[in-house]
Design a protein around this ligand. Structure first.
Ligand code: ADP
Ligand code: MG
Length: 234
């Protein structure tokens, strides 16, 4: 079963005179373990689509099946249960400034309830090490570079082993080399864990890392490189 199945999705913002349609009949199926990049001009509906797929916004019309669960009409408990199976990475890294890298990543585990603290510590240190931050584990965000902060945000999003990761312009604040490195690490960790990743980016330099590129314009999908690249991989 494909982890994300979007069918005939429409979305509107505002009411009355101000009502404006942001998505028009969007259909999209995303394969497990793939890295899909959403592109398109500002205002084309990328964030709207990402947040609908990520259960951060109510589905108004059409269908979003996420990990086999229909999100249209889903109750609050179902929505919360779904969000616990997801990881999110945003442009602003949203780290807690008063917590160290380790403590920020631990927050990604604690929303999932209690666990054995010793094992949690090992998992956090392991992931930060994989992300090249072994000597920054006890640093506060203020003492990390932009790229390092975004790698902490990736660790926080991945530490609970989410089935799907949604990233909205995660490299927007980074220079080329650190942006590329961050997405490369996100991709490699995703491949190793079978995580499905959907990422919005304007960054043409990282497109070569995508398994699939979907382009939106004025709320519609106008091009899609398709899933073949993913399926043909041995
Ligand atoms: P993108 O992420 O591609 O820049 P968005 O999904 O944020 O585009 O926005 C798509 C359209 O929906 C735009 O016309 C935007 O102005 C509108 N929009 C987005 N969020 C809201 C909102 N909260 N209220 C009203 N209009 C919105
Ligand atoms: Mg956006």
């Amino acid at each position: 079963m494909d982890p994300i199945q979007v069918q005939g999705l429409n979305h509107w913002f505002g009411t009355g005179e101000a009502r404006k349609q942001a998505l028009f009949d969007v259909s999209l199926t995303v394969a497990r373990g793939s890295l899909t990049i959403l592109m398109g001009p500002s205002g084309s509906g990328k964030t709207t689509l990402l947040t609908l797929m990520g259960c951060l916004r109510e589905v108004q019309d059409g269908s979003v099946r996420l990990l086999g669960t229909e999100l249209k009409g889903a109750d609050t408990a179902t929505q919360e249960a779904m969000r616990r199976r997801l990881g999110f990475i945003f442009q602003a890294h949203n780290l807690h400034e008063s917590l160290t890298a380790r403590q920020n990543v631990l927050m990604g585990l604690q929303v999932h309830g209690r666990g054995d603290p010793a094992r949690q510590d090992v998992a956090v240190a392991h992931l930060l090490t994989l992300l090249g931050l072994v000597d920054r584990i006890d640093y506060l965000p203020a003492n990390l570079s932009g790229g390092q902060k975004q790698r902490v945000a990736i660790a926080r999003a991945l530490v609970a082993n989410p089935d799907v990761v949604f990233a909205d312009e995660p490299t927007a604040a980074l220079d080329h080399d650190s942006g590329y490195l961050v997405v490369r690490m996100l991709k490699d960790l995703g491949k190793a864990r079978g995580t499905t990743t959907v990422m919005v980016t304007h960054d043409t330099r990282i497109l070569e890392l995508a398994d699939r590129i979907v382009t939106l314009e004025d709320g519609r999908i106008v091009s899609d490189t398709g899933v073949e690249k993913v399926d043909r991989k041995p």
